[in-house]
Write a protein that binds this ligand. Structure first.
Ligand code: FAD
Length: 288
């Protein structure tokens, strides 16, 4: 099923994100993780592609597995460090396996390499146009409530985002944010640019202190004082930090839903227990 249909037809959606294994020998374990998360009845599950040094080899297979559990899958696909041939191959595999949803991304530019490669991709928009020509996919794109780190300013970033949406994005998913006001302000700015596709809110449950540092270094996120005090107080106590991180993410989600921003994407990071705890906290707020 297409994610665009799900977002259109359901008032509240909660979806999850997982990542694929690095080695084929880990596939069975990762499929079990997908199954555990699928049992929580999220609206859909997305699987990343070569993110943060990971591999891209098993995204299609994990997406296929997610579909086999009766939960719609999104396969992420990046382009900037890929060749056109490789991208064509992956799109063909997705078609063959009946995977209808692709999150089309540029990907991070690898350090110590000459980019862009000749005749290859520069931006996600090129990939989106290519996927559009290849078949009847539902296409998602990434967006950045605090601005993409490479963008000169938010206005420029939003102009490119509008072009990306016009090229064929059916929905957008945000980078993680820890202060909902940042998301609300972003929605206003996006709407003012004429961006009118659903924008699902990316929520990262931070359950250990090192994740916070990593999240900030990856995205330049502004972290609210309230959140930093949680990390200061509980960061050295893994069980307490996990509980506090789940509570913080739950509170963020409840505030979003209460304010009408009802499409939530949990960066569940292959932690079914964390996703389950959040779903449990929302059991009367979200029903699949
Ligand atoms: P783009 O949309 O191409 O934008 C990148 C930068 O270029 C921005 O600064 C933008 O303003 C600018 N820009 C855009 N279009 C143009 C243009 N036409 N001309 C000039 N400048 C332009 N990474 C992975 O490797 N694997 C994943 O699975 C993955 N999943 C992600 C999921 C989500 C929800 C998000 C938010 C990010 C994800 N990423 C993933 C990270 C992503 O690849 C990086 O953030 C990357 O740096 C940008 O990708 P993009 O698709 O947003 O790029």
């Amino acid at each position: 099923m297409k994610v665009s249909e799900i977002l259109k037809n359901k008032d509240v959606t909660i979806s999850c994100e997982i990542f694929p294994p690095k080695k084929g020998s880990q596939l069975d374990n990762y499929k079990s993780v997908a199954e555990e998360i699928a049992k929580l009845n999220p609206a859909y599950i997305s699987c990343t592609y070569g993110a943060t040094g990971g591999t891209s080899d098993y995204t299609v297979e994990i997406a296929d597995t997610i579909n086999s559990f009766g939960v719609p899958a999104i396969a992420h696909l990046t382009c900037v460090s890929s060749t056109r041939e490789k991208v064509q191959t992956v799109i063909g595999e997705l078609k063959d396996r009946g995977i209808e949803n692709i999150l089309a991304l540029r990907g991070d530019i690898p350090e110590n390499a000459d980019f862009p490669l000749p005749n290859q991709y520069h931006h996600a928009i090129e990939l989106i146009r290519e996927i559009k020509e290849e078949g009847d996919f539902c296409i998602g794109g990434a967006c950045y409530p605090e601005g993409h780190p490479e963008a000169a300013n938010m206005d420029e970033d939003l102009n490119y985002l509008k072009e990306k949406v016009d090229a064929g994005c059916d929905f957008l998913t945000t980078q993680m944010f820890f202060d909902n006001n940042i998301y609300y302000r972003f929605l206003y700015k996006a709407l003012a640019k004429g961006i009118d596709v659903p924008i699902t809110a990316g929520i990262m449950p931070v359950t250990n202190a090192s994740q916070v540092k990593r999240a900030i270094s990856l995205t330049g996120n502004l972290v609210p004082a309230k959140f930093l005090s949680i990390v200061d107080r509980f960061g050295d106590d893994p069980a307490a930090m996990k509980q506090a991180g789940i509570a913080y993410a739950t509170e963020q989600i409840i505030d979003l839903i209460a304010n009408g921003a009802s499409h939530i994407h949990i960066y569940s990071m292959n932690k079914p227990d964390v996703a389950a705890a959040i779903m449990h906290n929302l059991s009367h707020i979200y029903t699949a």
